[in-house]
Structures are given as structure tokens and as C-alpha cells.
Design a protein around this ligand. Structure first.
Ligand SMILES: [Fe+2]
Length: 250
């Protein structure tokens, strides 16, 4: 079982595939990466896109029918990449989708250029209501890149972290690779996912990313990341490695 917890495979909902044909090519790229389950996470509550839970569920069912017709052996489950917007806590009561119907895990995206003032409060309230926040691609956030200790604090407060396969592979530049490697070394990464958008421009890359982790870190990290992603599908608890602070670290 290999699960990708963050991708944009649903056609026509956001900046992912524009057509069913493109979505099917992306699905084939998932299968060739050994992926068995994709959790489709279209953008939600950001400046451009709103994708209600109903729309996502219908799109997932529609795309799964296309997979079945074409013998594409890939399970697809619903989710959302939820932007940390001012109204996120109101939506929490009404229309936010947990990953893979887990009733537990929520994928949260921060802006790239700053940290919203309510971030810690959102992390706290989400957990108070029984959910676990997963912060996606911290490597894209300018402040978190400069202040790794801040991310450590989010993890200590109960957030889980997902980095993008392409960042670890160096496709987004050397500094992002260095940063994601540092996070792994400090046990601040719980998931590696594709954030796939397009079968050529932003494909799945999980196979290469896990080969890289095996070579540069160890096979036990690969197992850890894969098992964590499986827990999302089962809705079970992750046992995170203890985070290591950047203060007094030699
Ligand atoms: Fe994304």
C-alpha cells in the first residue's frame, strides 16, 4: 500500500488537470510510482478556489468511475487543501473535508509570504475539536524557511508536517532541498507527498523521493513516511518521532 495524501488529480476544480484525459494521464503516473491510493486535495478557501465537500465528493466518484472503465487500479479518496483563511474556523463546523473520510486529519496550507496571526490559535482549536492539522509544504513559506524553530514549535503543539517530493529532490532549488533535509533530520517531517498537478510539469515523483530518502537517510524513514500516510486512510493514530529543537543543537 502506498498512499499519496496531497495532490490535485481532480479535473476542472483548480489548477490541476484541465480535462479527464489529463487526469487519467496523471493517474497513470501515480500507478507507475507504485501508488495504490491517492487522496485528492483540491484547493479550498484560497484567493482563487472554493471546492465544497459535496463538489469534491462528486468529482472523486466521477473520476473513480473513469478509472474503473479503463482498468486503472488506483483508489481515490476525497480531501481538500484548506488555505488558512480568516473564516477557516467557521467552515470547520460546516464544510471542511477530512482526508480520506478519516474524520480526523485536515490538510492546511499557509500563505507563501507570511504567517497569519491566527495560525497558532487555529492549530489549537482544530485539535480541541478533535482533528489533527497537517501543515503542507512549509518549505514554500518565507518565514518558516528563515525560522525553523517556529515550525518545531508548531509540531510541539500537535501539528504534523508534509513536505513535497519535488522539494526534497532539488527540483525547487538547492535551498529548499537543504531545508527539507534539515526538517527530516529534526523529525519535523511526517509525510512526503507529491502535490502533483500535471503529468509532465508537476508529476507524482514519490518513487524517486523514497529512493532518495533510502539512500540519504535510511530505509526506516521510508517505512515511517509510508506508514504515516497509511494511517490517514485507516483513520488511525500516527506515532510521530520526537521532534528535535534547533536550539542548542550541535
Ligand atoms: Fe497542493
Amino acid at each position: 500500500m502506498l498512499v499519496d495524501i496531497h495532490n490535485h488529480i481532480l479535473p476542472g476544480l483548480d489548477d490541476g488537470p484541465k480535462s479527464i484525459e489529463e487526469a487519467l494521464l496523471l493517474a497513470k503516473s501515480a500507478v507507475s510510482n507504485g501508488i495504490t491510493h491517492v487522496i485528492a486535495t483540491p484547493h479550498h478557501l484560497d484567493a482563487k478556489y472554493r471546492n465544497s465537500s459535496l463538489e469534491v465528493r462528486e468529482a472523486v466518484a466521477g473520476l473513480y468511475r473513469e478509472f474503473s472503465k479503463r482498468n486503472i487500479h488506483l483508489k481515490i479518496l476525497p480531501g481538500q487543501e484548506i488555505h488558512l483563511a480568516a473564516n477557516i474556523l467557521d467552515e470547520l463546523e460546516t464544510d471542511l473535508l477530512t482526508l480520506a473520510n478519516s474524520g480526523k486529519y485536515l490538510l492546511i496550507e499557509l500563505p507563501n509570504a507570511y504567517i497569519p496571526s491566527q495560525t497558532l490559535e487555529v492549530i489549537y482549536i482544530i485539535q480541541l475539536k478533535g482533528y489533527i492539522p497537517i501543515i503542507v509544504h512549509p518549505e514554500r513559506n518565507k518565514i518558516l524557511r528563515k525560522n525553523k524553530q517556529l515550525l518545531y514549535e508548531y509540531v510541539c503543539k500537535g501539528a504534523l508536517i508534509q513536505v513535497t517530493a519535488s522539494s526534497l529532490l532539488g527540483l525547487n532549488g538547492r535551498s529548499l532541498r537543504k531545508y527539507t533535509r534539515e526538517l527530516i533530520k529534526h523529525n519535523l517531517v511526517h509525510f512526503i507527498s507529491s502535490d502533483a498537478h500535471h503529468y509532465l510539469k508537476r508529476p507524482f515523483l514519490l518513487k524517486k523521493a523514497f529512493e532518495y530518502v533510502k539512500k540519504e537517510f535510511s530505509e526506516s524513514y521510508v517505512t515511517y513516511f509510508c506508514e504515516n500516510a497509511s494511517h490517514i486512510v485507516y483513520g488511525t493514530d500516527i506515532q510521530p518521532l520526537s521532534p528535535i529543537s534547533f536550539k542548542n543543537y550541535y
